[in-house]
Design a protein around this ligand. Structure first.
Ligand SMILES: NC(=O)c1ccc[n+]([C@@H]2O[C@H](COP(=O)([O-])OP(=O)(O)OC[C@H]3O[C@@H](n4cnc5c(N)ncnc54)[C@H](O)[C@@H]3O)[C@@H](O)[C@H]2O)c1
Length: 251
């Protein structure tokens, strides 16, 4: 039997990249997937492709940094399904600049999506996750929440906060049957990393630091999301899984 049969799943930022691969995998495993993104046309296209294959999917324009968008999303799922079994807090951005030159506007933008957005989804979707009786919330943290790299200090600060949020919520939400876990990807080939991974010397240095000697794919991350979403991880909460080819383990 498919691992997410009859489950209702929400993935933020799922028109592209890791979110899209995750939504596609969860739909193939039987879930009704809500594909939501600030890129409404991309979300609609992704959902239409899944529906054309016989899977269950809906799309909605949701900018997670806008409270009213999240409220409308939660209301829509409540009206249609009355519960949420899986929530993947995935939408994230990076503003790549030397820390000392970062403007207030850049920092606010980063924080509003990567931190405020995830906090808002985790809070506002609570009643629907509680109604599931057995829900799983999965947050996309990052290796950068634990390791330092030039131009990634502010991004890393938002991601380190997500790791902390995951542990705290795991404790607070457990009595309601909601598990909360995080994933900490290393370098995954998506639009987010495309520009820097094209720099040959940088790219080679990263591969040299990665014991498995390659970058990750969106599917590598999606497979781990599926594990946390399914009953196979039913005794795991408050955990964070590195998906980085061994990069964090290496000296
Ligand atoms: N790619 C990596 O190497 C990597 C590593 C560690 C963590 N992550 C995290 O994984 C998540 C997904 O990253 P990705 O690599 O797939 O990025 P991506 O840029 O390929 O995709 C991000 C998606 O989020 C959407 N988005 C951006 N701002 C949004 C907003 N305000 N509201 C809703 N949607 C929004 C984008 O339109 C896009 O579809 C992010 O949280 C990122 O920080 C990625």
């Amino acid at each position: 039997m498919p691992r997410l049969q009859d489950k209702i799943a929400l993935v933020t930022g799922s028109a592209h990249g890791i979110g899209l691969a995750t939504a596609q995998l969860m739909a193939a495993e039987g879930a009704h997937v809500y594909i939501t993104d600030v890129d409404g046309a991309g979300a609609e296209k992704a959902a239409a492709e899944l529906v054309s294959k016989g899977f269950k999917a809906s799309s909605m324009v949701v900018d997670v940094s806008r409270g009213q968008d999240v409220t409308a999303l939660v209301r829509s799922i409540e009206q249609q399904h009355k519960k949420l079994d899986v929530v993947v807090n995935n939408a994230g951005i990076n503003v790549r600049t030397d820390f000392r030159n970062m403007s207030d506007a850049d920092w606010v933008k980063l924080r509003e999506v990567n931190l405020d957005g995830m906090i808002r989804i985790a809070r506002d979707a609570f009643p629907l996750m509680k109604a599931s009786g057995k829900a799983s919330l999965i947050n996309l943290a990052s290796i950068m929440g634990h390791r330092g790299m030039r131009t990634l200090a502010a991004y890393g600060a938002t991601k380190g906060a997500i790791s902390a949020l995951t542990r705290g919520l795991a404790v607070e939400y457990a009595p309601f049957g909601i598990r909360v876990n995080a994933l900490a990807p290393g370098f995954i080939e998506t639009a987010l990393t495309e520009r820097v991974l094209r720099i040959e010397a940088f790219s080679k240095a990263l591969i040299d630091q990665t014991p498995l000697r390659r970058f990750g794919t969106s599917e590598d991350v999606a497979n781990a999301v599926l594990f946390f979403a399914s009953d196979e991880s039913s005794f795991i909460t408050g955990a964070e899984l590195a998906i980085d080819g061994g990069m964090q383990a290496a000296l």
